[in-house]
Design a protein around this ligand. Structure first.
Ligand SMILES: Nc1nc2c(ncn2[C@@H]2O[C@H](COP(=O)(O)OP(=O)(O)OP(=O)(O)O)[C@@H](O)[C@H]2O)c(=O)[nH]1
Length: 346
């Protein structure tokens, strides 16, 4: 049987963006909180090692003792780890890079140990250590804090968690995670990059659960997931949804998923949005295997770091600036004319 031909690129005309008010406020609160912080734990998603970097947070954290934690490592391709460590060190100078899964105690303990080492090596300077946990939405900050508390002091959940992004909305109070030396953690709201210009980057963030569903289009996102699976020649979805052969056409795949999960409309037809949500959820649960969506090849990483720190203007800001430029140009023109008139009159 001839293999079906797959798309060689995914074409998108728009990016998803999500930056509600609580994130702008959260960023200001984090800035204030960092003044009272000894160690910053910046949590990112191991499945999107580049796309889960928020330059605004990174800049705030860079002035501090700062450790980068790639969480959800159980869902990411382990083969990408060496290139993540190497590239992050090379392009950001960041030496402390850890990989964690909140349900693997050994991983979580390494963060506690990192913070406790400050107090152990310099107890006069650090009679206790305060750690602030920052990062993009849904990367697992609160889950990590709860895991550290469970491991460090044997206590239950203190930070609310949830499958949807944006559960934590304010910088929280301190939570003790170790008695001796005393280590305290502070949770903070996930802060998204204010404006993501690159549609593919926004799709990766959305696919890994970092965007509120309302700002996305689940069927387009499901199509992007299908594209990703086919790129990697991953056929798991065929067995899962009883497809006889792989397809690159989401219009064929979504009805098959809908039939499989019983998302059928009363008068006939399929709930394609339910099917799309189910498809995406399976990816987020790791049912298609472990994925690192960002291309970690040298060229791509270099390109990312060359452009990512440039402040990206939102469309509104861009329009305002363009308008201001037009007004200025018009005034300059009028002035030139006026000057000409004046000199003529003189
Ligand atoms: N598989 C896996 N899931 C995780 C891990 N850490 C967190 N999660 C799940 O990811 C989801 C988000 O976790 P949270 O801890 O609420 O994330 P957060 O970064 O605090 O989210 P915000 O409130 O948006 O800032 C939850 O459903 C967690 O169960 C991990 O290491 N592995």
């Amino acid at each position: 049987m001839a293999l079906p031909s797959f798309r060689s690129a995914f074409h998108l005309d728009r990016a998803f963006n999500w930056f509600p008010g609580h994130m702008a406020r959260g960023l200001r609160e984090i800035q204030t909180q960092l003044q009272k912080t000894d160690v910053v734990v910046e949590v990112r998603d191991a499945r999107i090692p580049l796309s889960s970097i928020n330059p605004q947070l990174e800049q705030l954290a860079n002035h501090k003792d700062h450790v980068v934690v790639y969480n959800k490592a159980d869902l990411a391709d382990p083969a990408s780890r060496p290139s993540i460590i190497q590239n992050i060190r090379r392009f950001t100078g960041q030496q402390q890079v850890l990989f964690t899964s909140t349900h693997i105690d050994r991983d979580v303990r390494r963060i506690i140990e990192y913070a406790a080492a400050r107090a152990r090596t310099d107890p006069l300077r650090y009679p206790s250590v305060t750690v602030t946990v920052i990062g993009m939405p849904n990367v697992g900050k609160s889950s990590l804090i709860n895991a550290m508390r469970r491991i460090g002091v044997g206590k239950g959940k203190a930070a609310p968690t949830g499958a949807n992004p944006g559960v934590t909305r304010r910088v929280a109070g301190v939570i003790r995670v170790l008695e001796d030396p005393p280590v305290y953690l502070v949770d903070s709201p996930g802060v998204m990059v204010p404006y993501i210009a690159d549609p593919i980057r926004s799709f990766k963030v959305a696919l890994t659960g970092g965007m509120k569903e309302d700002v996305t289009d689940v069927e387009v996102l499901a199509d992007y997931l299908l594209y990703q699976l086919n790129q990697k020649r991953n056929r798991t979805y065929c067995d899962m949804f009883h497809l006889t052969e792989p397809s690159d056409d989401i219009a064929q795949v979504l009805p098959a998923i809908a039939r499989r999960i019983g998302a059928l409309k009363k008068g006939g037809g399929h709930h394609l949005d339910w099917a799309a949500r189910h498809f995406i959820k399976q990816f987020q649960l790791g049912k298609f295997g472990r994925y690192t969506l960002d291309d970690m090849t040298q060229d791509n990483v270099e390109m990312f770091f060359r452009t990512y720190q440039r402040p990206v203007r939102s469309r509104t800001r861009q329009r305002k600036e363009e308008r201001a430029e037009r007004i200025q140009a018009r005034r300059a023109k009028q002035l030139a004319k006026g000057t000409h008139k004046q000199s003529y009159q003189r």
